[in-house]
Design a protein around this ligand. Structure first.
Ligand code: NAP
Length: 493
Protein backbone atom coordinates (compact mmCIF):
# COMPACT_ATOMS: atom_id res chain seq x y z
CA UNK A 1 0.00 0.00 0.00
CA UNK A 2 1.63 3.28 -1.03
CA UNK A 3 1.80 6.33 1.14
CA UNK A 4 0.03 9.56 0.19
CA UNK A 5 0.67 13.20 0.99
CA UNK A 6 -2.45 14.93 2.36
CA UNK A 7 -3.83 18.41 3.01
CA UNK A 8 -1.51 19.64 5.73
CA UNK A 9 1.62 19.31 3.52
CA UNK A 10 3.78 22.38 4.12
CA UNK A 11 6.13 21.51 1.26
CA UNK A 12 9.39 21.83 3.17
CA UNK A 13 10.83 18.86 1.26
CA UNK A 14 11.88 16.87 4.36
CA UNK A 15 10.14 13.82 2.88
CA UNK A 16 11.98 14.24 -0.44
CA UNK A 17 15.33 13.95 1.33
CA UNK A 18 14.13 11.06 3.50
CA UNK A 19 12.74 8.94 0.66
CA UNK A 20 15.24 6.25 -0.34
CA UNK A 21 13.70 5.71 -3.80
CA UNK A 22 13.08 9.33 -4.87
CA UNK A 23 9.35 8.78 -5.28
CA UNK A 24 8.24 12.20 -3.97
CA UNK A 25 7.95 15.15 -6.32
CA UNK A 26 8.40 17.94 -7.15
CA UNK A 27 11.85 18.02 -5.60
CA UNK A 28 13.24 21.34 -4.35
CA UNK A 29 15.49 21.64 -7.43
CA UNK A 30 12.49 21.35 -9.77
CA UNK A 31 11.23 24.77 -10.95
CA UNK A 32 7.70 23.46 -10.23
CA UNK A 33 8.55 23.21 -6.51
CA UNK A 34 8.10 26.90 -5.81
CA UNK A 35 4.53 26.94 -7.08
CA UNK A 36 3.49 23.39 -6.20
CA UNK A 37 0.33 23.16 -4.13
CA UNK A 38 1.79 20.22 -2.22
CA UNK A 39 4.21 17.34 -2.78
CA UNK A 40 3.10 14.02 -4.26
CA UNK A 41 4.09 10.37 -3.67
CA UNK A 42 4.38 8.20 -6.80
CA UNK A 43 2.36 5.09 -5.90
CA UNK A 44 4.17 3.08 -8.55
CA UNK A 45 7.60 3.50 -7.01
CA UNK A 46 6.70 3.97 -3.29
CA UNK A 47 8.23 1.08 -1.34
CA UNK A 48 6.03 1.80 1.67
CA UNK A 49 9.01 2.17 4.03
CA UNK A 50 7.52 5.11 5.94
CA UNK A 51 10.75 7.16 5.94
CA UNK A 52 8.84 10.13 4.50
CA UNK A 53 6.26 9.86 7.24
CA UNK A 54 8.88 10.02 9.95
CA UNK A 55 10.49 13.07 8.34
CA UNK A 56 7.28 15.07 7.79
CA UNK A 57 7.01 17.85 10.40
CA UNK A 58 3.21 18.08 10.16
CA UNK A 59 2.06 14.44 9.89
CA UNK A 60 0.82 15.01 6.35
CA UNK A 61 1.91 11.61 5.01
CA UNK A 62 -0.03 8.46 5.70
CA UNK A 63 -0.11 4.94 4.33
CA UNK A 64 -3.23 4.35 2.23
CA UNK A 65 -4.90 2.14 4.82
CA UNK A 66 -4.74 4.92 7.43
CA UNK A 67 -6.39 7.60 5.31
CA UNK A 68 -9.69 8.87 6.70
CA UNK A 69 -12.65 8.68 4.27
CA UNK A 70 -12.33 12.45 3.69
CA UNK A 71 -8.65 11.93 2.76
CA UNK A 72 -9.13 9.09 0.25
CA UNK A 73 -9.14 11.58 -2.59
CA UNK A 74 -5.48 12.30 -1.91
CA UNK A 75 -4.53 8.85 -3.23
CA UNK A 76 -5.78 9.86 -6.67
CA UNK A 77 -4.34 13.37 -6.34
CA UNK A 78 -0.87 11.94 -5.57
CA UNK A 79 -1.06 9.38 -8.38
CA UNK A 80 -2.33 11.88 -10.91
CA UNK A 81 0.67 14.14 -10.49
CA UNK A 82 2.98 11.29 -11.43
CA UNK A 83 0.78 10.02 -14.26
CA UNK A 84 1.83 13.02 -16.36
CA UNK A 85 5.49 12.48 -17.06
CA UNK A 86 7.25 15.74 -16.45
CA UNK A 87 10.56 16.32 -18.04
CA UNK A 88 11.72 19.69 -16.96
CA UNK A 89 15.23 20.95 -16.68
CA UNK A 90 16.10 21.11 -12.99
CA UNK A 91 17.40 24.28 -11.35
CA UNK A 92 21.12 24.49 -10.82
CA UNK A 93 21.42 22.24 -7.77
CA UNK A 94 22.38 23.79 -4.48
CA UNK A 95 25.67 22.27 -3.35
CA UNK A 96 24.75 19.50 -0.92
CA UNK A 97 26.99 20.84 1.83
CA UNK A 98 28.11 24.36 2.56
CA UNK A 99 31.83 24.82 1.90
CA UNK A 100 32.87 27.51 4.30
CA UNK A 101 36.24 29.16 4.49
CA UNK A 102 37.57 29.21 8.01
CA UNK A 103 38.96 32.62 8.89
CA UNK A 104 39.58 31.44 12.46
CA UNK A 105 36.71 33.53 13.81
CA UNK A 106 33.06 32.83 14.48
CA UNK A 107 30.63 33.77 11.72
CA UNK A 108 28.01 35.93 13.42
CA UNK A 109 24.75 36.40 11.55
CA UNK A 110 21.71 38.43 12.57
CA UNK A 111 18.35 37.30 11.25
CA UNK A 112 15.48 39.76 11.41
CA UNK A 113 12.12 38.03 11.80
CA UNK A 114 11.37 34.57 13.17
CA UNK A 115 8.93 33.08 10.67
CA UNK A 116 9.71 29.98 8.60
CA UNK A 117 12.13 31.74 6.21
CA UNK A 118 14.09 33.11 9.18
CA UNK A 119 14.17 29.81 11.05
CA UNK A 120 15.11 27.77 7.96
CA UNK A 121 17.95 30.25 7.28
CA UNK A 122 19.12 29.79 10.87
CA UNK A 123 18.92 26.01 10.51
CA UNK A 124 21.10 26.13 7.42
CA UNK A 125 23.64 28.49 8.99
CA UNK A 126 23.90 26.37 12.11
CA UNK A 127 25.28 23.48 10.06
CA UNK A 128 28.47 25.60 10.02
CA UNK A 129 30.42 24.80 13.19
CA UNK A 130 31.62 28.39 13.70
CA UNK A 131 28.27 30.07 12.97
CA UNK A 132 26.45 31.99 15.69
CA UNK A 133 22.95 33.18 14.91
CA UNK A 134 20.90 35.85 16.65
CA UNK A 135 17.24 36.04 15.66
CA UNK A 136 15.55 39.40 16.28
CA UNK A 137 11.76 39.31 16.52
CA UNK A 138 9.70 42.45 17.12
CA UNK A 139 6.87 40.55 18.84
CA UNK A 140 7.06 38.75 22.15
CA UNK A 141 6.34 35.43 20.42
CA UNK A 142 8.21 33.80 17.57
CA UNK A 143 7.40 32.12 14.24
CA UNK A 144 5.55 34.84 12.30
CA UNK A 145 2.72 33.61 10.11
CA UNK A 146 3.00 30.04 11.41
CA UNK A 147 1.48 31.41 14.63
CA UNK A 148 -0.38 34.43 13.31
CA UNK A 149 -1.45 33.31 9.84
CA UNK A 150 -2.23 29.60 9.85
CA UNK A 151 -5.91 29.04 10.65
CA UNK A 152 -6.50 27.69 14.17
CA UNK A 153 -8.39 24.66 12.84
CA UNK A 154 -5.40 23.67 10.68
CA UNK A 155 -4.03 21.79 13.66
CA UNK A 156 -1.60 19.59 11.76
CA UNK A 157 -0.08 22.50 9.83
CA UNK A 158 0.49 24.34 13.11
CA UNK A 159 2.60 21.40 14.27
CA UNK A 160 5.42 22.81 12.15
CA UNK A 161 6.18 24.90 15.26
CA UNK A 162 7.69 21.73 16.73
CA UNK A 163 10.26 21.70 13.92
CA UNK A 164 10.92 25.43 14.47
CA UNK A 165 11.24 24.83 18.24
CA UNK A 166 14.02 22.35 17.55
CA UNK A 167 15.91 24.93 15.49
CA UNK A 168 15.32 27.55 18.18
CA UNK A 169 16.77 25.21 20.78
CA UNK A 170 20.19 25.05 19.10
CA UNK A 171 22.88 26.14 21.54
CA UNK A 172 24.44 28.56 19.02
CA UNK A 173 21.13 30.34 18.36
CA UNK A 174 19.98 33.29 20.47
CA UNK A 175 16.42 34.51 20.11
CA UNK A 176 15.78 38.14 21.04
CA UNK A 177 12.05 38.72 21.30
CA UNK A 178 10.49 42.19 21.48
CA UNK A 179 13.31 43.89 19.56
CA UNK A 180 12.27 45.86 16.51
CA UNK A 181 14.90 46.76 13.95
CA UNK A 182 14.38 50.39 12.91
CA UNK A 183 13.02 51.25 16.39
CA UNK A 184 15.19 49.56 19.06
CA UNK A 185 18.22 48.86 16.87
CA UNK A 186 19.24 50.16 13.46
CA UNK A 187 20.61 48.28 10.47
CA UNK A 188 24.02 49.77 11.27
CA UNK A 189 23.76 48.55 14.87
CA UNK A 190 23.25 45.04 13.52
CA UNK A 191 26.20 45.36 11.15
CA UNK A 192 28.37 46.55 14.04
CA UNK A 193 27.58 43.36 15.96
CA UNK A 194 27.37 40.80 13.17
CA UNK A 195 29.17 39.82 9.98
CA UNK A 196 25.94 39.73 8.01
CA UNK A 197 22.23 40.45 8.36
CA UNK A 198 19.41 38.44 6.79
CA UNK A 199 16.02 40.14 6.68
CA UNK A 200 13.17 37.62 6.67
CA UNK A 201 10.44 40.06 7.64
CA UNK A 202 7.67 38.75 5.39
CA UNK A 203 5.02 40.82 3.65
CA UNK A 204 3.30 42.77 6.40
CA UNK A 205 0.84 44.89 4.42
CA UNK A 206 -2.28 44.05 2.42
CA UNK A 207 -2.77 44.90 -1.20
CA UNK A 208 -5.16 47.85 -0.95
CA UNK A 209 -8.80 47.46 -1.99
CA UNK A 210 -9.06 50.56 -4.09
CA UNK A 211 -12.81 51.11 -4.51
CA UNK A 212 -15.22 53.73 -3.17
CA UNK A 213 -16.55 52.80 0.27
CA UNK A 214 -13.52 50.68 1.20
CA UNK A 215 -12.96 52.97 4.20
CA UNK A 216 -16.42 52.31 5.71
CA UNK A 217 -16.75 50.47 9.03
CA UNK A 218 -17.60 46.86 8.28
CA UNK A 219 -14.90 46.68 5.59
CA UNK A 220 -11.60 45.10 6.62
CA UNK A 221 -8.75 43.09 5.27
CA UNK A 222 -8.77 39.35 5.77
CA UNK A 223 -5.28 39.78 7.23
CA UNK A 224 -6.75 41.86 10.06
CA UNK A 225 -9.41 39.24 10.75
CA UNK A 226 -6.83 36.43 10.67
CA UNK A 227 -4.48 38.38 12.98
CA UNK A 228 -7.40 39.11 15.30
CA UNK A 229 -8.62 35.52 15.61
CA UNK A 230 -5.04 34.28 16.03
CA UNK A 231 -4.37 36.76 18.86
CA UNK A 232 -1.71 38.77 16.99
CA UNK A 233 -0.87 41.80 19.18
CA UNK A 234 -1.04 44.20 16.20
CA UNK A 235 -4.76 43.42 15.90
CA UNK A 236 -5.63 43.17 19.60
CA UNK A 237 -7.66 46.39 19.57
CA UNK A 238 -9.61 45.55 16.42
CA UNK A 239 -13.27 44.85 17.00
CA UNK A 240 -15.12 42.41 14.80
CA UNK A 241 -18.79 41.91 15.62
CA UNK A 242 -20.86 39.40 13.71
CA UNK A 243 -24.20 39.98 15.44
CA UNK A 244 -26.63 41.67 13.04
CA UNK A 245 -24.58 40.65 9.97
CA UNK A 246 -26.40 38.13 7.79
CA UNK A 247 -24.00 37.97 4.87
CA UNK A 248 -20.25 38.42 4.72
CA UNK A 249 -18.48 38.91 1.39
CA UNK A 250 -14.85 37.93 0.86
CA UNK A 251 -13.14 39.50 -2.16
CA UNK A 252 -10.49 37.24 -3.72
CA UNK A 253 -10.46 33.45 -3.68
CA UNK A 254 -6.99 32.40 -2.52
CA UNK A 255 -6.29 30.18 0.48
CA UNK A 256 -6.62 33.15 2.84
CA UNK A 257 -10.16 33.73 1.52
CA UNK A 258 -11.04 30.07 2.13
CA UNK A 259 -9.53 30.20 5.62
CA UNK A 260 -11.59 33.21 6.72
CA UNK A 261 -14.76 31.90 5.06
CA UNK A 262 -14.38 28.55 6.82
CA UNK A 263 -13.68 30.12 10.23
CA UNK A 264 -16.78 32.33 9.86
CA UNK A 265 -18.87 29.33 8.74
CA UNK A 266 -18.05 26.48 11.09
CA UNK A 267 -19.73 25.81 14.41
CA UNK A 268 -17.57 27.80 16.90
CA UNK A 269 -17.72 24.80 19.24
CA UNK A 270 -15.42 22.96 16.83
CA UNK A 271 -12.83 25.71 17.38
CA UNK A 272 -13.00 25.66 21.17
CA UNK A 273 -10.04 23.27 21.55
CA UNK A 274 -7.83 25.23 19.14
CA UNK A 275 -5.45 28.12 19.75
CA UNK A 276 -8.07 30.65 18.56
CA UNK A 277 -8.08 33.86 20.63
CA UNK A 278 -10.82 33.76 23.31
CA UNK A 279 -12.22 37.14 22.18
CA UNK A 280 -12.68 35.74 18.67
CA UNK A 281 -14.35 32.58 19.89
CA UNK A 282 -16.80 34.67 21.92
CA UNK A 283 -17.57 36.94 18.95
CA UNK A 284 -18.07 33.94 16.65
CA UNK A 285 -20.41 32.34 19.17
CA UNK A 286 -22.65 35.43 18.89
CA UNK A 287 -22.45 35.50 15.09
CA UNK A 288 -25.65 35.81 13.08
CA UNK A 289 -23.91 35.29 9.75
CA UNK A 290 -25.81 32.88 7.51
CA UNK A 291 -23.82 33.12 4.29
CA UNK A 292 -20.24 33.89 3.33
CA UNK A 293 -19.81 34.72 -0.35
CA UNK A 294 -16.30 34.22 -1.73
CA UNK A 295 -15.87 36.18 -4.94
CA UNK A 296 -13.28 35.65 -7.68
CA UNK A 297 -12.84 38.17 -10.46
CA UNK A 298 -11.94 35.47 -12.97
CA UNK A 299 -13.41 32.04 -13.71
CA UNK A 300 -13.24 28.83 -11.63
CA UNK A 301 -10.25 27.54 -13.62
CA UNK A 302 -8.34 30.51 -12.12
CA UNK A 303 -9.46 29.88 -8.53
CA UNK A 304 -6.45 30.93 -6.47
CA UNK A 305 -7.18 28.46 -3.67
CA UNK A 306 -5.27 25.20 -3.90
CA UNK A 307 -6.75 21.78 -4.50
CA UNK A 308 -5.78 20.38 -1.07
CA UNK A 309 -7.52 23.31 0.62
CA UNK A 310 -10.66 22.82 -1.49
CA UNK A 311 -10.65 19.10 -0.63
CA UNK A 312 -10.33 20.05 3.04
CA UNK A 313 -13.17 22.58 2.80
CA UNK A 314 -15.39 20.09 0.97
CA UNK A 315 -15.05 17.65 3.87
CA UNK A 316 -15.55 20.20 6.64
CA UNK A 317 -18.62 19.08 8.58
CA UNK A 318 -21.60 21.32 9.33
CA UNK A 319 -21.36 23.72 6.40
CA UNK A 320 -23.02 23.92 3.00
CA UNK A 321 -20.94 24.74 -0.06
CA UNK A 322 -22.81 26.47 -2.83
CA UNK A 323 -20.98 26.63 -6.15
CA UNK A 324 -22.34 28.69 -9.01
CA UNK A 325 -22.96 25.91 -11.53
CA UNK A 326 -23.47 28.31 -14.44
CA UNK A 327 -19.89 29.58 -14.01
CA UNK A 328 -18.32 26.14 -14.40
CA UNK A 329 -16.84 25.29 -17.79
CA UNK A 330 -17.55 21.82 -19.22
CA UNK A 331 -13.85 21.02 -19.35
CA UNK A 332 -10.56 22.49 -18.17
CA UNK A 333 -9.77 23.57 -21.77
CA UNK A 334 -6.39 25.28 -22.07
CA UNK A 335 -5.78 24.67 -18.36
CA UNK A 336 -6.19 20.89 -18.55
CA UNK A 337 -2.44 20.29 -18.35
CA UNK A 338 -1.91 22.49 -15.29
CA UNK A 339 -1.53 20.21 -12.28
CA UNK A 340 -4.67 20.14 -10.20
CA UNK A 341 -6.90 22.37 -12.35
CA UNK A 342 -8.96 19.60 -13.99
CA UNK A 343 -9.50 17.93 -10.61
CA UNK A 344 -10.34 21.26 -8.97
CA UNK A 345 -13.05 21.82 -11.60
CA UNK A 346 -14.28 18.27 -11.18
CA UNK A 347 -14.63 18.78 -7.43
CA UNK A 348 -16.36 22.14 -7.93
CA UNK A 349 -18.84 20.42 -10.28
CA UNK A 350 -19.47 17.72 -7.70
CA UNK A 351 -20.00 20.38 -5.02
CA UNK A 352 -22.41 22.28 -7.29
CA UNK A 353 -24.67 19.23 -7.40
CA UNK A 354 -24.34 18.27 -3.73
CA UNK A 355 -27.47 18.76 -1.62
CA UNK A 356 -27.28 21.41 1.11
CA UNK A 357 -25.75 20.00 4.29
CA UNK A 358 -27.26 22.53 6.68
CA UNK A 359 -25.26 24.97 8.78
CA UNK A 360 -23.92 28.19 7.30
CA UNK A 361 -23.37 28.46 3.56
CA UNK A 362 -20.14 29.33 1.79
CA UNK A 363 -20.99 30.44 -1.74
CA UNK A 364 -18.25 30.44 -4.37
CA UNK A 365 -18.95 33.07 -7.03
CA UNK A 366 -16.91 33.90 -10.12
CA UNK A 367 -16.42 36.53 -12.80
CA UNK A 368 -17.23 39.50 -10.56
CA UNK A 369 -15.09 42.51 -9.82
CA UNK A 370 -16.03 44.72 -6.86
CA UNK A 371 -16.84 48.29 -7.89
CA UNK A 372 -18.09 50.00 -4.72
CA UNK A 373 -19.35 49.55 -1.19
CA UNK A 374 -22.29 51.62 0.05
CA UNK A 375 -23.85 52.31 3.43
CA UNK A 376 -24.99 55.19 5.61
CA UNK A 377 -22.57 54.77 8.48
CA UNK A 378 -21.15 51.33 7.71
CA UNK A 379 -21.07 48.83 4.86
CA UNK A 380 -24.56 47.76 3.82
CA UNK A 381 -24.16 46.68 0.20
CA UNK A 382 -21.38 45.78 -2.18
CA UNK A 383 -21.66 46.11 -5.94
CA UNK A 384 -19.84 44.15 -8.61
CA UNK A 385 -19.48 44.31 -12.38
CA UNK A 386 -19.48 41.04 -14.30
CA UNK A 387 -16.10 40.55 -15.90
CA UNK A 388 -16.98 38.19 -18.74
CA UNK A 389 -19.73 36.29 -20.51
CA UNK A 390 -22.69 37.67 -22.43
CA UNK A 391 -23.59 40.09 -19.67
CA UNK A 392 -20.06 41.44 -19.11
CA UNK A 393 -20.29 44.83 -17.39
CA UNK A 394 -23.70 44.08 -15.86
CA UNK A 395 -23.99 45.11 -12.20
CA UNK A 396 -24.78 42.85 -9.25
CA UNK A 397 -25.41 44.26 -5.78
CA UNK A 398 -25.41 42.14 -2.61
CA UNK A 399 -26.44 43.12 0.91
CA UNK A 400 -23.43 42.71 3.15
CA UNK A 401 -22.54 44.14 6.55
CA UNK A 402 -19.03 42.63 6.50
CA UNK A 403 -16.72 42.92 3.52
CA UNK A 404 -13.27 41.31 3.76
CA UNK A 405 -10.62 41.84 1.14
CA UNK A 406 -8.38 38.82 0.71
CA UNK A 407 -6.52 40.01 -2.37
CA UNK A 408 -2.97 39.27 -1.29
CA UNK A 409 -0.14 40.60 0.83
CA UNK A 410 2.56 43.13 0.11
CA UNK A 411 6.04 43.61 1.56
CA UNK A 412 6.78 46.95 3.25
CA UNK A 413 10.03 48.94 2.88
CA UNK A 414 12.77 47.90 5.31
CA UNK A 415 14.47 50.96 6.89
CA UNK A 416 17.89 51.49 5.34
CA UNK A 417 17.39 49.06 2.41
CA UNK A 418 16.38 49.65 -1.21
CA UNK A 419 12.76 48.80 -2.06
CA UNK A 420 10.91 47.75 -5.20
CA UNK A 421 7.56 49.51 -4.69
CA UNK A 422 6.01 47.80 -7.68
CA UNK A 423 6.56 44.26 -6.36
CA UNK A 424 6.69 45.07 -2.65
CA UNK A 425 10.06 43.32 -2.25
CA UNK A 426 13.66 44.25 -1.51
CA UNK A 427 15.64 44.00 -4.79
CA UNK A 428 18.04 41.09 -4.58
CA UNK A 429 20.05 38.56 -6.50
CA UNK A 430 19.73 35.10 -4.97
CA UNK A 431 19.09 36.79 -1.62
CA UNK A 432 21.97 39.32 -1.84
CA UNK A 433 20.43 42.82 -1.54
CA UNK A 434 21.15 44.92 -4.62
CA UNK A 435 20.99 48.69 -4.99
CA UNK A 436 18.80 49.07 -8.10
CA UNK A 437 20.42 52.39 -9.03
CA UNK A 438 24.05 51.29 -9.02
CA UNK A 439 23.49 47.55 -9.41
CA UNK A 440 25.99 47.03 -6.58
CA UNK A 441 25.47 44.64 -3.68
CA UNK A 442 24.53 46.23 -0.36
CA UNK A 443 27.31 44.93 1.81
CA UNK A 444 26.61 42.06 4.17
CA UNK A 445 22.86 42.38 3.72
CA UNK A 446 20.55 39.59 2.56
CA UNK A 447 16.85 38.74 2.33
CA UNK A 448 14.84 35.53 2.50
CA UNK A 449 11.14 34.60 2.27
CA UNK A 450 8.31 36.86 1.13
CA UNK A 451 10.35 40.09 1.35
CA UNK A 452 12.75 38.44 -1.14
CA UNK A 453 10.38 36.80 -3.62
CA UNK A 454 6.86 38.15 -2.87
CA UNK A 455 3.92 36.52 -1.07
CA UNK A 456 3.68 33.12 -2.71
CA UNK A 457 4.09 29.47 -1.83
CA UNK A 458 3.80 27.54 1.39
CA UNK A 459 5.63 27.33 4.66
CA UNK A 460 8.15 24.86 3.27
CA UNK A 461 8.80 26.85 0.09
CA UNK A 462 10.80 29.10 2.36
CA UNK A 463 13.27 26.33 3.06
CA UNK A 464 14.86 26.26 -0.38
CA UNK A 465 14.52 30.05 -0.54
CA UNK A 466 16.44 30.42 2.75
CA UNK A 467 19.03 27.84 1.71
CA UNK A 468 19.71 29.80 -1.46
CA UNK A 469 20.19 33.00 0.56
CA UNK A 470 22.58 31.30 2.97
CA UNK A 471 24.63 29.93 0.07
CA UNK A 472 24.88 33.42 -1.40
CA UNK A 473 25.96 34.75 1.99
CA UNK A 474 28.58 32.02 2.32
CA UNK A 475 29.90 32.75 -1.18
CA UNK A 476 30.44 36.34 -0.04
CA UNK A 477 32.01 35.18 3.20
CA UNK A 478 34.38 32.87 1.31
CA UNK A 479 35.30 35.78 -0.97
CA UNK A 480 36.13 37.90 2.08
CA UNK A 481 33.35 40.37 1.31
CA UNK A 482 31.53 40.39 4.65
CA UNK A 483 31.99 43.33 6.96
CA UNK A 484 34.44 42.39 9.64
CA UNK A 485 36.85 44.82 11.25
CA UNK A 486 38.88 42.16 13.00
CA UNK A 487 39.02 39.85 10.03
CA UNK A 488 42.52 38.75 9.09
CA UNK A 489 43.57 39.58 5.53
CA UNK A 490 42.15 37.21 2.95
CA UNK A 491 44.73 34.83 1.62
CA UNK A 492 44.23 33.02 -1.65
CA UNK A 493 42.71 29.57 -1.06
P1 NAP B 1 -3.38 34.70 -3.41
O1 NAP B 1 -3.32 33.22 -3.39
O2 NAP B 1 -2.41 35.44 -4.23
O3 NAP B 1 -4.88 35.09 -3.87
C1 NAP B 1 -5.24 36.43 -4.05
C2 NAP B 1 -6.66 36.51 -4.60
O4 NAP B 1 -7.00 37.88 -4.69
C3 NAP B 1 -6.80 35.94 -6.01
O5 NAP B 1 -8.08 35.39 -6.15
C4 NAP B 1 -6.67 37.20 -6.87
O6 NAP B 1 -7.33 37.12 -8.11
C5 NAP B 1 -7.40 38.20 -6.01
N1 NAP B 1 -7.05 39.57 -6.28
C6 NAP B 1 -5.82 40.14 -6.33
N2 NAP B 1 -5.91 41.46 -6.58
C7 NAP B 1 -7.24 41.72 -6.70
C8 NAP B 1 -7.97 42.89 -6.94
N3 NAP B 1 -7.38 44.07 -7.11
N4 NAP B 1 -9.32 42.79 -7.00
C9 NAP B 1 -9.94 41.60 -6.82
N5 NAP B 1 -9.31 40.45 -6.58
C10 NAP B 1 -7.96 40.52 -6.52
O7 NAP B 1 -3.23 35.34 -1.95
P2 NAP B 1 -3.58 34.83 -0.50
O8 NAP B 1 -4.86 34.08 -0.44
O9 NAP B 1 -3.42 36.06 0.33
O10 NAP B 1 -2.41 33.80 -0.15
C11 NAP B 1 -1.02 34.23 -0.11
C12 NAP B 1 -0.12 33.00 -0.09
O11 NAP B 1 -0.25 32.32 1.16
C13 NAP B 1 -0.47 31.98 -1.15
O12 NAP B 1 0.72 31.37 -1.63
C14 NAP B 1 -1.31 30.98 -0.40
O13 NAP B 1 -1.37 29.70 -0.98
C15 NAP B 1 -0.59 30.96 0.95
N6 NAP B 1 -1.52 30.49 1.98
C16 NAP B 1 -1.64 29.16 2.15
C17 NAP B 1 -2.54 28.67 3.06
C18 NAP B 1 -2.71 27.19 3.22
O14 NAP B 1 -1.99 26.41 2.66
N7 NAP B 1 -3.70 26.77 3.96
C19 NAP B 1 -3.32 29.53 3.83
C20 NAP B 1 -3.16 30.90 3.63
C21 NAP B 1 -2.27 31.38 2.70
P3 NAP B 1 -6.50 36.89 -9.48
O15 NAP B 1 -6.06 35.47 -9.43
O16 NAP B 1 -7.48 37.20 -10.53
O17 NAP B 1 -5.33 37.87 -9.43
Amino acid sequence: MPHAVTQSCVGDGSCVYACPVNCIQPTPDDPAFELAEMLFVDPASCVDCGACRTACPVDAIKPAHELAPSEQEFLAINAEYHAVRRERPLLAPLPPRLRVRDFGLPLRVAIVGSGPAAMYAADELLTIPRAQVTVYERLDRPYGLVRSGVAPDHRRTRRVTRQLDKIRGHRRLTMRLGVEIGRDLSHDDLLDRHDAVIYAVGALADKPLDIPGAELPGVASATALVGWYNGHPDFADRRFGFAGVRRAVVIGNGNVALDVARILAVDPQTLADTEIAPHALAALAASEIEEIVVVGRRGPEHSAFTLPELVGLASTPGITLDVDQSALPDAAGDHATEPGVARKLELLRELASRPAAGGRTISLRYGLTATRIDGERAAETISFARTHGGDAGAELTLDSGLVLSAIGYRGLPVPGLPYDGERGVVPNDGGRVIDPVTGAAVRSTYVAGWIKRGPSGFIGTNKRCAQETVRTLIDDHNAGLLRREARPPVVPA
